[in-house]
Design a protein around this ligand. Structure first.
Ligand SMILES: Cc1ncc(C[n+]2csc(CCOP(=O)(O)OP(=O)(O)O)c2C)c(N)n1
Length: 379
């Protein structure tokens, strides 16, 4: 039997797809690697921008396709309707559908389960792809996308990839795809050495200074690692909603006297960088934003982010008006900043290497997480 990834790629090639864009989902990491190798491919910072980029490519006669997670559709709806559909441009959406099949992350369910209804409500055609055999449905629908300028969403269950590489490879897969970092050029002189710490090392080193503070931790591995290293009731573990760690921290800091620490990631900050401008403008003194920049989407297979190649997130933060910033690869610098009493909005840009610690899932119900944090905020 042919691999499903290979089969899908052949169908795309047969239908003349010649432009692709993606934002990773762990369930399709092998497919994404192959798409990157075989097509003109644009790695995205937010799914919505992909709609614009693909619209531009369609205007020049390209046949675009996007590869996203079901949650990403939530970030795309307005652009899909007011741009792609409005101007009658073609777009094939290959959606890694979460929340329905053997899902371990409960936060994937609200979007994943309601997706067909959302797409139907938006007037976007969709087809469920639940097995290798179902891939034939892509073959049937794809020609119409490009001949009649349609949007079509293919909702691909993780079941399709079961037994194939996408289904079997470990979360570390994708590391080999990491591009050579070019960011040495903007390292500040005293940190001329390359990053050596992992996200786990950094969280571990700051654990004593998190005690009693409100800690908002980014979705995926960062939250799991924080839980394993230092669980406390004042930790708000994000289980979904990529890009929202810093906004949640800003909201808490503005409305509470507690010290708040956000543990954000480079991929997530790049999805929603404008939040740094809002933070700088509002400047809550009781907020520290620790961006652990491993140059990768660590939780979905270590695909490179643009922070690992061309973006200097500290410079972004400064450009948006944050003046109290630290960039470092050194544990002492991170610890020293975290140890300081909170007197000014602080942005710590901690450069790290990719890698996830093998830790279990968080055994807490999301409403328990909320209740504990609310109690901690009242104390
Ligand atoms: C809207 C949306 N798109 C994609 C995903 C899939 N996803 C979950 S975590 C993650 C990577 C986050 O990367 P980063 O912020 O750099 O943190 P790291 O895991 O590297 O610590 C991605 C792409 C998602 N949950 N939501």
């Amino acid at each position: 039997m042919q691999r499903p990834e290979e089969e899908l790629i052949l169908m795309l090639q047969k239908n003349g797809v010649d432009f692709t864009a993606s934002l990773p989902c762990e369930k399709i990491k092998t497919l994404l690697e192959m798409v990157g190798e075989r097509f003109h491919h644009v790695p995205l910072t937010r799914e919505e921008e992909g709609v614009g980029i693909c619209a531009g490519a369609a205007l020049t006669g390209r046949r675009p396709a996007m590869f996203v997670q079901s949650s990403g559709i939530g970030n795309m709806i307005n652009a899909l309707l007011s741009l792609t559909a409005f101007y009658e441009l073609p777009l094939a959406l290959f959606v890694s559908r979460r929340g329905v099949y053997k899902e371990k992350i409960e936060a994937q369910s609200p979007m994943g389960r309601k997706l067909p209804g959302i797409l139907t409500g938006a007037g976007i055609a969709w087809t469920e792809i639940d097995s290798f055999e179902d891939l034939m449905k892509v073959e049937q629908e794809l020609p119409e996308v490009y001949s009649r300028n349609r949007i079509h969403a293919f909702l691909m269950s993780p079941e399709v990839w079961e037994g194939s590489e996408c289904g079997m490879r470990s979360a570390e897969c994708g590391v080999k795809g990491l591009q050579t970092r070019t960011r040495d050029r903007w390292f500040i002189p005293h940190t001329a050495s390359s990053p050596i710490l992992t996200r786990y090392d950094i969280i571990n080193s700051i654990a004593p200074f998190l005690e009693g503070k409100i800690v908002v931790s980014n979705l995926g591995w960062p939250s799991k690692e924080l839980y394993a290293i230092k669980h406390q009731s004042s930790n708000f573990y994000m289980l979904g909603s990529m890009g929202m760690a810093t906004p949640i921290g800003v909201g808490i800091a503005l409305t509470s006297k507690k010290e708040v620490i956000v543990i954000d990631g480079d991929g997530s900050l790049l999805m929603n960088p404008g939040t740094l401008a809002t933070a700088a403008y509002l400047a809550p003194k009781n907020l520290k934003i620790l961006c652990i920049d491993n140059g990768a989407y660590g939780s979905t297979g270590n695909q490179p982010t643009l922070a690992g190649t061309c973006v200097d997130l500290e410079a972004v933060a400064r450009g948006f008006g944050l003046s109290n910033t630290v960039k470092t690869v050194k544990v002492e610098d991170i610890v020293n900043t975290m140890r300081l009493r909170q007197e000014e909005l602080t942005f710590v840009h901690a450069l790290a290497v990719p890698g996830n610690k093998d830790v279990p899932n968080i055994p807490l119900h999301h409403l328990e997480i909320k209740r504990f944090v609310q109690e901690a905020l009242r104390r």
